[in-house]
Write a protein that binds this ligand. Structure first.
Ligand code: PMP
Length: 415
């Protein structure tokens, strides 16, 4: 099969890396694009675009059941992508890696298939104050269905979640603890290893929402020790509509399927069906084959990067942005936890975030404005919305300087 040759960058060089991402060279409103909305979705390297294109042009067919050549090729590309992702997060085996639509679907799967059959009135699910709606609402739905209670661990004024504050809420009623690895609204990196250890010591099952972590740091699910870890392909330089639920094999084995249909069964009669082995038990119906192949290509691409260099570059970007934006009068950075990931939420007195976003767009600068699907975080800081610049390793210092200049332009307009 015509698999795209893996490009290897021995030393991190931002100009070289930018050349791998075709979209970054486009113009917006006559200005070079400065794409600072990576927290919402990142751009794809040519390697991903070509892997999907090659699959669509040459290998597409349905997977797993066909004896013909195309079906076998599509199956082996899909399963090779799974193997790449197993290596990427250091899962123990391919049985532990379920392809889903994204983080949202992964968390709903755990809420419905793991938690719902187990929970009863009086049981508790513990989350934190800085969660994305995807790590709040699935638990609320499950609580409504079972009579369980949602308990929320606090954060402080910096947006930091302290282990002791979470531990104080863990008790004999707590059946599950779920938290973000990195907050999408604030950039806070949570001490997930310590939190998971505290939960484990009390027999509490753990889920980590890794949507914002996997693009920024090496993730080793065995080292974290969690039972479940969820992430999305489109924030990891891969396609939309594909993501991963990692689950410890022992716990996935015990769970009933979430959805019923083709591919997740061994045998079906009208009286009873028996279920397929892991991970297929959780992959009912024809999956997003091209998406999985694209995501596999994304992690192969990352494996060819100097990731230490990439992470150092991102930290330097964050530090430059913190200093540069910090110098702007009336600009307040929201989320100041130590050791943050590379994103900055901010508000500018006198300029509504949506107006700010529109003015920045005129200058070719893409940032996100709004509540970032984290309304409880906005309520905590008594803000309706923030602007958020979120960086990837392909961003530059010049883009941050342009961001600062455009914010000054917006301030002048509203002065
Ligand atoms: N959790 C976090 C922390 C996120 O940032 C996001 C996406 N903004 C999600 C969950 C949901 O991801 P998706 O929409 O890809 O399912």
């Amino acid at each position: 099969m015509n698999k795209t040759a893996l490009k290897v960058h021995s030393r991190f060089d931002v100009d070289q890396v930018r050349a791998d991402f075709p979209l970054l060279s486009r113009m917006v409103h006559g200005k070079p694009l400065a794409y600072l909305d990576n927290g919402a979705s990142s751009q794809r390297p040519t390697a991903v675009i070509e892997a999907v294109d090659d699959y669509e042009r040459r290998h597409h067919s349905n997977i797993h059941r066909g004896v013909h050549t195309l079906s076998q090729e599509a199956t082996s590309l899909y399963e090779a992508a799974r193997d790449g992702l197993v290596r990427f997060i250091h899962a123990r085996s391919r049985h532990e890696l379920v392809f889903v639509r994204g983080t949202t679907e992964a968390i709903n799967l755990v809420a419905q298939s793991y938690a719902r059959p187990l929970m009863k009135s009086g049981d508790e699910v513990l989350i934190t104050h800085l969660e994305h709606h995807s790590n709040i609402v699935p638990w609320q739905l499950m609580c409504e269905q079972t009579g369980a209670r949602l308990v929320v661990a606090p954060m402080d004024q910096h947006g930091e979640v302290h282990v002791e504050a979470v531990e104080a809420l863990m008790n004999e009623r707590t059946r599950l603890f779920a938290c973000a690895h990195v907050s999408n609204a604030l950039g806070t990196v949570l001490p997930v290893e310590r939190l998971v250890a505290s939960a484990k010591a009390r027999g509490i099952v753990t889920l980590i929402d890794g949507a914002q972590a996997v693009p920024h740091m090496p993730v080793d699910v065995q080292k974290i020790g969690c039972d479940f870890y969820a992430f999305s392909g489109h924030k990891l330089f891969g396609p939309t509509g594909i993501g991963v639920l990692y689950g410890r094999e022992e716990i996935l084995e015990r769970m009933p399927p979430w959805q019923g249909g083709g591919d997740m069964i061994l045998a079906v009669t009208f009286g009873k069906s028996t279920y397929n082995a892991l991970p297929y038990k959780f992959e009912a119906g024809t999956p997003n084959i091209s998406g999985a192949i694209g995501l596999g290509a994304a992690v192969d691409y990352l494996a060819g990067l100097d990731l230490d260099g990439a992470h150092r570059h991102e930290h330097a970007l964050l530090s430059h942005a913190t200093t540069t934006l910090g110098r702007i009068d009336d600009l307040r950075i929201v989320g100041t936890a130590p050791g943050k990931a590379s994103l900055i939420s901010f508000v500018v007195k006198g300029v509504h975030p949506h107006d700010l976003g529109t003015i920045l767009d005129e200058d070719g600068i893409a940032v996100r404005t709004g509540h970032h699907c984290a309304m409880p975080v906005m309520d905590f800081f008594k803000l309706p919305a923030t602007a958020r610049a979120s960086f990837a390793f392909y961003n530059t210092f010049d883009e941050i300087d342009r961001l600062a200049a455009a914010i000054e332009r917006a301030r002048a307009i509203f002065a």
